[in-house]
Write a protein of this length. Structure first.
Length: 240
C-alpha cells in the first residue's frame, strides 16, 4: 500500500521538486532510502503509524507514547519513543502546509537529510576520519500521508547537553580534531555552526546531525569563536 501511494505521489509532485538532479532522480533517491522491510523497527513503525490521526498534533503524538524533543514551525518535529531505544524520528504534522519552507516539500527536506548524511558518512569512512560521525537515516513511508508521505528515522547519536557541547568545542578539541574538521568543511560538507549542527556525543565524538543541505563553500573564519584561544591560532594556520 505504501509503495503504491509513493508512486502516485511521485507522479503528482514531480513538477515541483527542486534542485540539481532532484527533479529526475527524486523517485530513485526516495526508494533507495526507504527503511528496509527486515529492519528491527519496521513492524513497530507499521503499528504505531497505522492511523492517520497520530500525526495530528503534539497531543496525539504524546498519546502514542512519543517524547517531543523539538517542535518548531516550518521544521520537522523531533521525537523519541521508549519502545524504539537508539532512534530518533523527524516528521511533519498533518496540518502543516505541503511546502513548509522555502517552497520545498517537507518530504524533500527529509529525503535530503538522508541523501546528504549518506554521502558524508561514506566520505568519512573513505578518509578514515576518527573524531566525527554521521547518523544513518531512512524514510518510513506513510500510506495515508497525502501531505507528508514519510517519517524520517535516524540512529540516535546520544547528544550531550547544550552546555556540555559548548564546553567540548572549547576544551576537548585537539589539532587532530581540527585537521579532520578542516578536511570535511573544505570539501563542502557539514556546517560552520559547530555547537548546533556538529554537537558532542556521549560516544566521545562529534556528530553531523543536520545534513539537509548539499555541499557548499563555507566561510571557515566563522569556526573560530567556538574554539579555545590556542585552537583558534591553529585554525588560522590551517585556513590561511
Amino acid at each position: 500500500m505504501g509503495r503504491f501511494f509513493l508512486v502516485c505521489f511521485f507522479c503528482c509532485f514531480a513538477g515541483v521538486l527542486h534542485a540539481d538532479d532532484w527533479n529526475e532522480r527524486f523517485e530513485e533517491f526516495f526508494i533507495s532510502y526507504l527503511i528496509p522491510r527486515d529492519h528491527p523497527l519496521r513492524g513497530w513503525l507499521d503499528s504505531v503509524f497505522c492511523s492517520f490521526d497520530v500525526l495530528n498534533s503534539e497531543e496525539t503524538l504524546r498519546g502514542a507514547g512519543f517524547q517531543i524533543l523539538s517542535s518548531v514551525p516550518l521544521h520537522p518535529a523531533v521525537l523519541r519513543h521508549p519502545q524504539a531505544p537508539g532512534y530518533v524520528f523527524k516528521l511533519y504534522f498533518n496540518g502543516e502546509k505541503k511546502k513548509p519552507r522555502d517552497g520545498i516539500l517537507g518530504v524533500e527536506w527529509l529525503l535530503r537529510r538522508c541523501v546528504e548524511a549518506d554521502k558524508l558518512r561514506r566520505w568519512i569512512q573513505k578518509h578514515k576520519i576518527r573524531h566525527f560521525i554521521v547518523p544513518e537515516k531512512w524514510l518510513y513511508p506513510l500510506s495515508h500521508g497525502e501531505r507528508h508521505p514519510a517519517v524520517l528515522v535516524a540512529v540516535d547519536m546520544e547528544l550531550e547537553s547544550y552546555e556540555m557541547n559548548i564546553q567540548a568545542w572549547k576544551t576537548l578539541v585537539s589539532q587532530e580534531h581540527l585537521d579532520e574538521l578542516y578536511l570535511i568543511l573544505k570539501e563542502g560538507y557539514g556546517s560552520i555552526y559547530l555547537t548546533g549542527n556538529i554537537p558532542y556525543t556521549k560516544r566521545g565524538k562529534f556528530a553531523f546531525v543536520d545534513t539537509e543541505k548539499p555541499k557548499q563553500k563555507h566561510d571557515l573564519t566563522k569556526v573560530k569563536p567556538y574554539l579555545s584561544e590556542k585552537m583558534q591560532k591553529y585554525w588560522d594556520e590551517l585556513i590561511r
